[in-house]
Design a binder for this molecule. Structure first.
Ligand code: SAM
Length: 361
């Protein structure tokens, strides 16, 4: 049995000591409950449920938490402030920088200076890649809600000669003072409850004939491109079925995990011309005995292990409509995969499913 005590305590903002005082037990007892060393007495369950404001089945992990407890809003800043590190790790799995250079130089072939505007620019990563590849005199501007990331972007560009400008603003309210040649968004639309509205905003900042570039993944494509030796050694250890999670998030207006493949359609609907797409050629290999891949191996371990507690992970999937058994299976998969990655003979292959979709106004 997996009680959601840690998850619910953290959601309420209590320390172990505060919860212990409310329950009139020692904080060591709370710690034991949270680490499954032992369980609360059955007579304590109603009081615990009351302290957390949930029903006993939620506390016992048999029923999802209330939807509003996980209704993260991805077009607001709170979530992203906590994700600064993980965004950087994930990015390494998306594309090869040499492939991006190829697109800019040999496919898009810009011949005149470009004014670039990046929606949800984060720490300015895309600008740092693009500006050295664009004709001299090009400029980079970014809109981003998270002030911490803007500071990082400014610090980076202060060490270069490139002209740049950052707006710490909500792009829904952004009123561009000028029009841009090239409007871009990286891993943004998949997180937006209404991507069409964001596209309209991007369009309003573009010069006639200007180019839009949207990059986003399709996780279904990525999942088809994943293989680990664990599958071979323990038959039946396939990746869990994430489709119910994706459908639930989409239905709640959270993330769209298939966005990459949908972008051409959205661009067509928004009135763009000459819509074309490429897909990343990045294939990452986990192979622990190769010292040259040390950092890559660490990244694999990081993304295939969950940062929250086991209860937290199970609670997350319960909230998205998984049965307790299915939720435990997903968390078991993460656990077995990260254990597998601890071995010398492990190997895994991860293919990026990132689309680069571009079009003209
Ligand atoms: C997935 S991150 C991608 C960041 C960046 N493009 C990158 O790849 O490094 C999405 C970013 O959009 C920003 N964002 C989300 N909603 C926003 C809004 N309404 N206005 C401005 N920025 C927003 C977030 O703060 C976050 O940094």
């Amino acid at each position: 049995m997996k009680l959601l005590i840690r998850e619910l305590r953290e959601a309420k903002g209590y320390t172990q000591k505060e919860l212990a005082d409310l329950m009139q037990v020692s904080f060591q007892t709370v710690s034991k409950w949270e680490n499954d060393v032992n369980y609360p007495d059955i007579t304590q369950i109603p009081k615990l449920a009351d302290v957390f404001g949930v029903s006993a089945d939620v506390l016992l992990g048999m029923k999802p938490l209330h939807a509003e407890e996980t209704a993260v809003k991805y077009d607001e800043v709170e979530y992203w402030k906590q994700k600064r590190d993980v965004i950087k790790v994930w990015k390494k799995f998306y594309w090869n920088e040499d492939y991006f250079r190829f697109l800019v130089r040999d496919v898009w072939k810009f011949s005149k200076p470009m004014d670039v505007l990046d929606f949800g620019c984060g720490y300015g990563y895309l600008g740092s890649l693009l500006l050295p590849l664009l004709p001299k005199g090009s400029t980079y501007s970014g809109i981003e809600l998270d002030g911490g990331q803007i500071e990082e972007a400014k610090a980076y560009f202060a060490k270069t000669d490139y002209e740049c400008e950052f707006f710490q603003e909500n792009f829904y309210e952004f009123k561009p003072k000028k029009k841009y040649d090239f409007v871009v968004a990286l891993f943004l639309l998949s997180n937006m409850p209404n991507p069409q509205t964001v596209l309209e905003k991007m369009k309003s900042a573009l010069k006639p004939g200007g180019m839009i570039l949207i990059m986003d993944a399709n996780e279904e494509v990525e999942q088809a491109g994943y293989y680990s030796g664990l599958e071979r050694q323990e038959s039946g250890v396939r990746q869990p079925d994430f489709v119910p999670l994706w459908e639930d998030e989409l239905a709640r207006g959270q993330r769209d995990y298939r966005m990459g493949t949908k972008i051409p359609y959205l661009l067509k609907q928004a009135g763009f011309q000459n819509i074309q797409a490429r897909i990343s050629d990045q294939v990452m290999i986990y192979e622990p005995s190769d010292p040259a891949k040390k950092e890559r191996n660490e990244d694999f371990r990081y993304i295939y292990s969950r940062q929250d507690s086991r209860q937290g992970g199970v609670g997350y999937f319960l909230n998205h409509g998984y049965s307790l058994q299915r939720a435990n299976e997903v968390i078991d998969f993460y656990q077995r995969t990260s254990d597998y990655f601890d071995r010398e003979d492990s190997i895994a292959v991860k293919t990026a499913g990132v689309y680069f979709v571009y079009a003209n106004l």
